[in-house]
Design a binder for this molecule. Sequence first.
Ligand SMILES: Cc1cc2nc3c(=O)[nH]c(=O)nc-3n(C[C@H](O)[C@H](O)[C@H](O)COP(=O)(O)OP(=O)(O)OC[C@H]3O[C@@H](n4cnc5c(N)ncnc54)[C@H](O)[C@@H]3O)c2cc1C
Length: 372
Amino acid sequence: MHYDYLIVGSGLFGATFAYRAKQAGKSCLVIDKRPHLGGNVYCENIEGINVHKYGAHIFHTNNKAVWDFVNSLVPFNRYTNCPVANYHGELYNLPFNMNTFAQLWGVRTPDEAKTKIEEQRAEALAALQGREPRNLEEQALCLVGKDIFYKLIKEYTEKQWGRDCKDLPAFIIKRLPVRFVFDNNYFNDAYQGIPIGGYNKLIAALLEGVEVKTECDFFKEYKDNWREIANQLIYTGPIDEYFDYKFGRLDWRTVSFQTRIEDTPNYQGNAVINYTSHDVPYTRVIEHKHFEMFGQSVYDCPKTVVSEEYSTEYQPGMEQFYPVNDARNNLLADQYRTLAAQEINVLFGGRLAEYKYYDMAPIIEKVLNLPL
Ligand SMILES: Cc1cc2nc3c(=O)[nH]c(=O)nc-3n(C[C@H](O)[C@H](O)[C@H](O)COP(=O)(O)OP(=O)(O)OC[C@H]3O[C@@H](n4cnc5c(N)ncnc54)[C@H](O)[C@@H]3O)c2cc1C
């Protein structure tokens, strides 16, 4: 069989591309080196709960065309991301909004909250004596003041980066949005939710009628001979690996997960709890059932699955999650992009091949707008 496209990677980029190709009457073979389809949105069903194996995934977008597209494949539920922070047992709503301010200071009106924040910002600005903030700690104190910073930002950020906030550059935090309304909805987008039945349903709908092969590594099986079986290659794997790391390896940041079953129907009452103090080694606990079970229906499922998330220094062989946007890696990525542009009949797409962080909706938008 000769295909129009060999698609390396069955994540959202590869699967959406395959869907469009199939609609256009083209033939494709999708391969993935993992034992399952779906890339990072894949969910493993444990105790009747869809567990987000590669980290919590919440679909959100302002793009109606993208929202209508995904809903035409699988209807999405009403999940709204409202994370909660736990600081030494004290609970605060996130993102920073009137609920958080009432919990922090007992304030009741936006004016009271603004006065409190302005007092603390003024204190931080005065301490700088007219100079610019020199590090993340000074920057954040000037933006939101000491209470929000010390209880909800400092130690959480230090766990994420593995470094003291005084040793992190100020530019990491440009803005720290505060809302003077009682609104715990994390995203500002018009649309958000989770596919009803989980992300695997979305991937299955995208790949319906498409030939797929899992546990198939492009570099072992097709790198040298793909032109014999396909006209074009859609490559969504790591760009440095494609070029055999000839300029060196790109760095990534990663997260590791410790997942366990708890013998209770409702462990923490929310999908996402951030642990913002150092005494807890993990950054967040995800309770997966809350992405798809709401209200009393949480109790229809007798057990629950929780994942602790640990920020971990990346080593080759680990999951490549977030690109590192420092000078070395930006330069390296540009060198690889120059080589990629010279490859004939090869499209490099998605987060690994572009070395760029994308949310799910922008990936879909990008593929929907590609010329076939
Ligand atoms: C921890 C985490 C949490 C996230 N949470 C959200 C969220 O809440 N909301 C949101 O919108 N987005 C979120 N994202 C982003 C989302 O995961 C990406 O937008 C999406 O996965 C990108 O799809 P992709 O196809 O580019 O990559 P991937 O999903 O990584 O797919 C690439 C595929 O290529 C395969 N592959 C690689 N090399 C080879 C090879 N040599 N041979 C064969 N196959 C190969 C891989 O196995 C993989 O399946 C999150 C990302 C991370 C890392």
